[in-house]
Design a binder for this molecule. Structure first.
Ligand SMILES: Nc1ncnc2c1ncn2[C@@H]1O[C@H](COP(=O)(O)OP(=O)(O)OP(=O)(O)O)[C@@H](O)[C@H]1O
Ligand SMILES: [Mg+2]
Length: 290
C-alpha cells in the first residue's frame, strides 16, 4: 500500500522573496493498493512531476508523508533509500537525461542498470529488447537515438526489473500512435502479472484510459476522477483529497472550501439541483441572475 498524506511542496524562489515561491502541491492525499494502476493527468505545471519525484523520493516534500508498505520513504537515511531504489522501485523520469547516459551505447546503459539494480535479470532484459523491437539499437549511442527510441529503451529496462512499484512520467509522450498503445498495454500487462503497483502520468487521454483510475490534478491539487474501474467506496478510500466533507449549518447553509469557490468563481449565489440521491451545485455566472 502506498499512502501519500497531506503532501505539500513549495519551491523557494531564487531571491528568497515569498512572492516568488511556487506552491507546486497542496494537500495531496492518496492511497494506492498493491497492484493498482493509477494514471494522473493535468495541464503543464499542474504538479505531476513534482508528485512523482516525491513518490520516488527524489524530492523532499515540504510537509506531509510518503509511506510505501508502511516505510516512511520521505525520512529514510540515504543508505536505506539507495537500497529501496535498487530493489523495490523503478522510476522513468520525464527528463530523459536523468534516465540514460547519453554518451554510452544502449548496451552500456543496460550494463550500468544491471550493476546498479539487484532486480534486473540480463536475459529478461534482452527478451524485452527484442519484444519491443529495439535490439538493432544495442550498439548505438543514446545521444543518437530518437526521443521515442530513448523511451523504448527506458521502458524495456523498467519491464525487466523485478520490483514492487513502477513510476512513469509521461512514458509514451514521444512514441507514435501505434507504438504508444502497444507499449503501455505491455507494461500494464507486466505489472498485472507481477502484482506491481503502477503510477504514471500522461497528457494523453488515450494512454491514461488503460489505468484502473485516472486522477486529475490542477494547480497542485487533485480535483477530479476521470475514470474508474473500481468501486465508489474504493475511490473514496484511494483519493481522499477529492471528496470534501463540508459542514451544513443549522440554517441549511453549506460551507464550501475556499479553493473550490475560487476555482469555480462562485459569487454570492449558486444554483442547486436535486437529483434522485444527490445534489448538484452550479456557480451562477455574473449577469445570469440579474
Ligand atoms: N525545481 C524547481 N524549482 C522551482 N519551481 C519548480 C521546480 N520544479 C517544478 N517547479 C514548478 O512547479 C510547478 C509544477 O511543476 P511540475 O514539473 O511538477 O509540473 P508538471 O505537471 O509535471 O508539468 P508538465 O506537464 O509540463 O510536465 C510548475 O509551476 C514548475 O514551474
Ligand atoms: Mg512533468
Amino acid at each position: 500500500m502506498i499512502e501519500l498524506t497531506d503532501l505539500t511542496k513549495i519551491y523557494l524562489g531564487p531571491n528568497g522573496r515569498l512572492e516568488e515561491n511556487v506552491q507546486a502541491l497542496s494537500n495531496i492525499t492518496l492511497k494506492v493498493r498493491e497492484g493498482n494502476v493509477v494514471a494522473i493527468t493535468g495541464e503543464s505545471g499542474s504538479g505531476k512531476t513534482t508528485l512523482l519525484n516525491i513518490l520516488a523520493s527524489r524530492t523532499e516534500p515540504t510537509t506531509g508523508s510518503v509511506l510505501v508498505n508502511n516505510i516512511p520513504i520521505h525520512m529514510l537515511p540515504m543508505q536505506e533509500l539507495q537500497e529501496y531504489w535498487r530493489s523495490k522501485v523503478h522510476y522513468i523520469h520525464q527528463n530523459m537525461r536523468e534516465n540514460l547516459q547519453y554518451d554510452l551505447t544502449v548496451n552500456e546503459n543496460y550494463e550500468i542498470f544491471e550493476i546498479l539494480s539487484d532486480s534486473i535479470d540480463p536475459d529478461v532484459l534482452r527478451e524485452y529488447t527484442s519484444d519491443l523491437g529495439i535490439e538493432k539499437l544495442l550498439d548505438t549511442k543514446v545521444l543518437h537515438l530518437s526521443g521515442g527510441e530513448k523511451q523504448m529503451v527506458c521502458l524495456g529496462i523498467a519491464m525487466a526489473k523485478n520490483i514492487e512499484l513502477l513510476i512513469l512520467d509521461e512514458p509514451t509522450s514521444a512514441l507514435d500512435e501505434v507504438n504508444k498503445h502497444v507499449v503501455i498495454k505491455k507494461i500494464i500487462q507486466k505489472c498485472r502479472e507481477g502484482n506491481i503497483t503502477l503510477i504514471y502520468t500522461s497528457h494523453d487521454p488515450e494512454i491514461s484510459q488503460y489505468a484502473d483510475v485516472i486522477i486529475g490534478i490542477n494547480h497542485g491539487r487533485f480535483d477530479r476522477i476521470l475514470k474508474r474501474q473500481i468501486s465508489e467506496s474504493n475511490v473514496k478510500d484511494l483519493v481522499q483529497g477529492i471528496y470534501h466533507e463540508v459542514p451544513v449549518d443549522s440554517k441549511g447553509a453549506i460551507h464550501l472550501p475556499k479553493f473550490i469557490i475560487e476555482k469555480l468563481e462562485i459569487g454570492e449565489m449558486v444554483e442547486i439541483r436535486l437529483e434522485e440521491d444527490h445534489l448538484r451545485i452550479y456557480p451562477i455566472k455574473e449577469g445570469r441572475n440579474q
